[in-house]
Write a protein that binds this ligand. Structure first.
Ligand SMILES: Cc1cc2nc3c(=O)[nH]c(=O)nc-3n(C[C@H](O)[C@H](O)[C@H](O)COP(=O)(O)OP(=O)(O)OC[C@H]3O[C@@H](n4cnc5c(N)ncnc54)[C@H](O)[C@@H]3O)c2cc1C
Length: 409
């Protein structure tokens, strides 16, 4: 292996064990960091989230109250914010980071302020991300930095560039600014030895990001994948794209690093495609998405000797199990620095903590930011958990098991 991360020394030899799904049922491990009161709060929260009309009402009330400066921040903080977020500043998240690491779980700090629109907003997000790269470089518990494309520039510019449209001189300047922000962030990433993952967003703005990141891979990924793009495997075209990108990076002698996710904008994507009369870019069924996702993991693992980096961003037990078993099957160290697992803070602790206990590189995305600025993130989490009913049922079932085990009910 030609690159090393600031990971723990190898501690768990794989033994060609084939795990089964029951590894994710150990609730004592999953919730070891949670006090009884936190278990009760989580149970209450997921029960509320399950109720669609209530989530709609909650969203409207919270938005109204925050907009009119009603003193609701305290309530939001002690309920949904503290469950899903690490704090307001990066410093606030450190107790959470330390606690997670005491159970072998890594942290990835996600500055989740959304709705940036002005050049000042973009400059602020750029400075924050640059600072987070330095911040991470001093802490072995934080192996990556991350940013969202629309934090660094306007959606409309990405959209125009993706469509190959002509840019006005003013737009051209804005696009150059975006490019230079990315470039400078990866200079910092290499200098501080902290790889950076870039989130994926809507298909109609994503091509600009993909092309820009591919160019940056050629410059920065010679020894190690500092530039890590995200592929949403709910897209019909992503498996082919992955294979082509792999071939191109191989022929240029650079390392490929990919964060895999299923994709968060399904309804929006389908609605737009229908409205505008083009074929939906999203797989027709969940099974197709799952097949694509798992095929991508297999493809990467088949090429692990080329030092590809895999970040598996998923709450799906089957996909996490698959990657764990492929690691075993290939006789790799469980904490091989090329293979990472990640879930969002406040969700799927049964996956993260049980993988960490077995010695895999398990991590949490920890969102942080001012309460009112992370509201769009929190609302998405609530809505997602309402729509992915299966996942909320699973959270509730596991919390119930743990409440019984602790004799709380
Ligand atoms: C660490 C981390 C980072 C993330 N970063 C990003 C990111 O950068 N960009 C982004 O878009 N999302 C991101 N996500 C969210 C992710 O894309 C998913 O929305 C979320 O994780 C649910 O998928 P799953 O694999 O966890 O679980 P599952 O419950 O197995 O899958 C649900 C997902 O399957 C797909 N799906 C559901 N129904 C259908 C259907 N009928 N047809 C086709 N597909 C269907 C959708 O993508 C849906 O979100 C991230 C998630 C994590 C955990």
């Amino acid at each position: 292996m030609s690159f090393l991360y600031r990971a723990r020394p190898p501690n768990f030899e794989t033994k060609n064990i084939m795990f089964d799904i029951s590894i994710f049922q150990d609730t004592e491990t999953a919730f070891a960091l949670k006090t009884d009161a936190e278990i009760e709060r989580a149970y209450w929260l997921f029960s509320l989230i399950q109720n669609q009309p209530l989530v709609k009402l909650g969203k409207a009330v919270a938005n109204f109250a925050l907009k009119h400066h009603f003193p609701v921040e305290g309530i939001i903080r002690t309920t949904v914010f503290d469950h899903f977020c690490g704090g307001v500043t990066e410093e606030d998240t450190l107790p959470v980071v330390d606690k997670l690491f005491s159970k072998g779980v890594y942290s990835i700090l996600d500055y989740s302020v959304e709705g940036a629109e002005t050049e000042e907003d973009f400059a602020r997000a750029f400075n924050k991300t640059k600072h987070l790269i330095e911040f991470a470089s001093k802490r072995k518990e934080i192996p990556f930095a991350v940013f969202k494309p629309t934090g660094m520039g306007a959606f409309a510019i990405y959209e125009k560039v993706s469509a190959g449209a002509d840019l006005s001189p003013e737009e051209q300047t804005k696009w150059e600014k975006i490019r230079s922000r990315y470039y400078n962030l990866f200079v910092a990433a290499r200098e501080h030895d902290v790889p950076v993952m870039v989130d994926a967003e809507e298909t109609w703005m994503q091509k600009a990001v993909d092309d820009l990141l591919e160019d940056l891979m050629y410059e920065f990924n010679r020894n190690k994948p500092y530039v890590i793009n995200t592929l949403q495997m709910y897209r019909k075209d992503r498996l082919d794209y992955l294979k082509e990108l792999f071939d191109r990076t191989q022929s240029k002698g650079v390392k490929l690093g990919i964060k895999f996710v299923r994709g968060a904008y399904m309804e929006k994507e389908r609605e737009r495609a229908e409205e505008m009369g083009y074929p939906s870019p999203i797989c027709d069924t969940k099974e197709d998405t799952d097949r694509n996702y798992n095929a991508a993991l297999r493809f990467m693992m088949d090429n692990i000797d080329k030092d590809v980096l895999i970040y598996n961003g998923s709450h799906n037990e089957e996909s996490n199990l698959l990657l764990a078993n492929l690691t075993e099957e290939k006789g790799l160290q469980r904490n091989d620095p090329r293979i990472w697992f990640g879930q969002l803070y406040g969700m799927s602790d049964n996956i993260t903590f049980n993988l960490a206990k077995l010695g895999f590189n398990a991590s949490k995305y920890i969102p942080f930011g001012p309460v009112k600025d992370v509201m769009p993130y929190l609302i998405r989490r609530a809505e997602e958990n309402t729509s992915i009913a299966g996942q909320t049922n699973r959270e509730l079932r596991l919390l119930e098991m743990e409440r019984k085990r602790r004799k709380l009910m």
